[in-house]
Design a protein around this ligand. Structure first.
Ligand code: ADE
Length: 236
């Protein structure tokens, strides 16, 4: 039986999975059948004796390019794909909003590239959605796919017990989250300084706590993420 949320992952390194997705929240959800993960070894779809998966780029230059015919055979054997995603630093930057949208799907197919990338014609033919996890280059799409899946799986129904848990998280309302404190109310750190929890949090006054948290969220966002702050002000 397939889980309500199924992922087919196309990679040259299937042994990297489930990796950290097999632990903690996503691992429990995997065990409970809330989502399922099928890894596909791309090399199995090579047809020559050397099991070739890549070739030199037309036009010259460094690196190797994954072959479109091989990728096509792998994708063709796993229909229906559902939303088809290619992990690449050239992609659209991943956001919480995208994670929510993808969590509403039933099937995802994720292609992880190695080398310089994959032949553009394959991406065009399959209308790939290209996603980046940030402005830096990893040695392959696998860790990026894991991060994308972690962000999605925790949003699936019943993965996190309390349905309201996400509401105040960073990015959910366009702001970074406020700081958290727990017992002891007074704590002396390694620098010998005693630090107290902000008084308002001990007041039991819910409206004042909420107002303080909102102020903190705004201040932190303004300071750390002027880009988010500008957007927040525009939408407010
Ligand atoms: N593959 C290599 N670097 C990547 C990145 N930053 N995001 C997504 N996939 C990648």
């Amino acid at each position: 039986m397939t889980a309500p949320f199924h992922v087919a992952l196309f990679t040259l390194f299937p042994e990297m999975f489930p990796g950290f997705l097999g632990q903690s929240l996503s691992g429990k959800a995997l065990e409970r059948g809330i989502w399922s993960l099928e890894t596909v070894q791309l090399r199995d779809f090579a047809t020559d004796n050397h099991k070739t998966v890549d070739d030199t780029p037309f036009g010259g230059g460094a690196g190797m390019v994954m072959k479109p015919d091989l990728l096509d055979r792998a994708l063709h054997a796993h229909q229906p794909l559902g939303r088809f995603i290619y992990m690449t630093p050239r992609g659209k930057p991943l956001t919480q909003k995208m994670a929510h949208a993808l969590a509403r799907e039933q099937r995802l197919a994720i292609l992880c590239g190695r080398y310089e990338g994959v032949d553009q014609r394959l991406l065009d033919a399959y209308d790939a959605e290209e996603i980046s996890i940030g402005d830096y280059v990893l040695s392959g799409g696998e860790p990026a796919a894991m991060i994308l899946l972690d962000a999605i799986v925790r949003l699936l129904p019943d993965v996190i017990g309390n349905a309201g848990t996400h509401d105040e998280e960073s990015f959910e309302n366009g702001l970074l989250e406020y700081p958290h404190y727990t017992r002891p109310a007074r704590w002396t750190g390694p620098d010998g300084v005693e630090r107290a929890v902000p008084e308002v949090l001990l007041s039991g006054h819910h409206a004042r706590v909420a107002a303080w948290r909102h102020e903190q969220s705004e201040a932190i966002t303004k300071e750390r993420r002027p880009d988010l702050w500008e957007k927040f002000k525009k939408n407010d």
